[in-house]
Write a protein that binds this ligand. Structure first.
Ligand SMILES: [Zn+2]
Length: 154
């Protein structure tokens, strides 16, 4: 993903996507075609967290966002506080995220969707299960194949 898109996502969801101090962005290892998909997923996750009155301290954060076996992978932390149901004396009540399953479902749905979206340009795509699995539209696949042929010819 290009720097500008990474920066846009990091700035839109700073609690979910912790910026690296050197780059000011969260490192995302996939193509720009999935920008909208990731943006929507982060936005949906934050909606669930907001509905559960999650505190900033207890906000889960993404550990890794990348492409694997052709599809999107979105790994998220689970704060230990999520399991706390009884507040200790003197502490502000921390509500457990009752919708942790809902977050898991959102991630699963977005990951499934990525198999139909070209990772390069976001047009409808399909999964090519070759030596390197990838999801591309017809146009991007044609470009990829041409480059690959040229590379193999040397
Ligand atoms: Zn494409």
């Amino acid at each position: 993903m290009n720097k500008s898109n990474k920066l846009k996502l990091t700035q839109a969801f700073p609690r979910l996507l912790h910026a690296n101090k050197e780059t000011n962005t969260f490192f995302i290892e996939c193509g720009d075609g999935w920008y909208d998909l990731i943006y929507k997923l982060c936005s949906d996750i934050e909606e669930v967290l907001t509905a559960n009155c999650t505190t900033d301290d207890d906000w889960p954060h993404a550990l890794q966002v990348k492409e694997k076996f052709g599809g999107l992978r979105f790994y998220i932390s689970r704060s230990h506080k999520n399991a706390v149901s009884m507040p200790a004396p003197g502490l502000v009540e921390v509500r457990p995220i009752s919708d942790v399953d809902a977050i898991g479902d959102l991630i699963e749905a977005a990951e499934a969707k990525s198999f139909d979206i070209c990772e390069d340009c976001s047009a409808p795509g399909k999964l090519y299960q070759e030596s390197w699995w990838h999801v591309k539209c017809d146009a991007c696949e044609a470009i990829y194949r041409k480059k690959r042929e040229e590379f193999l010819k040397g």
